[in-house]
Design a binder for this molecule. Structure first.
Ligand code: C2G
Length: 129
């Protein structure tokens, strides 16, 4: 069984996220998503609209997602890759090159980001309504 791992905040879930998750799942058989906790989001300089628990329920309802784990810090990726016997780490190409260090533990793939949609854009539209 080919195991895939990705990470993200996945706030205000939209089709850019779904595209990424669908493409990630197509790379293997089992998709693990490391979901940024509210505390880690602060560390990332992001404030999500939905809480970790809400974002987790939404992610778990997506057919491509097999397991959601908390992403609490930048350092856990190597541990997660080993613990979950990950074959491929995948993330959007807005992170291109940033996680190449994982290539000694698993395959690393950067997938094309879906243009023209983002959580910040959706928040902006809602604010101006
Ligand atoms: N994404 C995408 N297309 C978009 C928006 C997002 O493909 N229009 C992808 C991102 O590239 C990422 C995933 O969806 O792979 C989740 O995006 P975010 O929630 O913005 O995640 P981010 O804040 O980039 O967190 O340790 C890694 C970080 O936790 C990644």
């Amino acid at each position: 069984m080919k195991r895939i791992l990705t990470y993200g905040t996945f706030d205000m879930l939209h089709y850019g996220h779904i595209n990424l998750l669908q493409k990630a799942k197509q790379l293997g058989d089992y998709l693990i998503v490391g979901l940024s906790t509210d505390e880690f989001n602060n560390n990332k300089g992001k404030k999500s609209f939905f809480s970790y628990e809400t974002r987790k329920v939404l992610l778990e309802s997506i057919r491509y997602v097999d397991l959601v784990i908390p992403e609490k810090n930048w350092e856990q990726k190597i541990i997660d890759v080993k613990e979950y016997k990950v074959d491929t780490f995948v993330i959007g190409d807005d992170w291109s090159g940033k996680f190449d260090f994982l290539s000694q533990y698993c395959e690393v793939k950067y997938l094309q980001r879906t243009p023209e949609v983002s959580t910040s854009q959706i928040k902006e539209l809602l604010k101006n309504k």
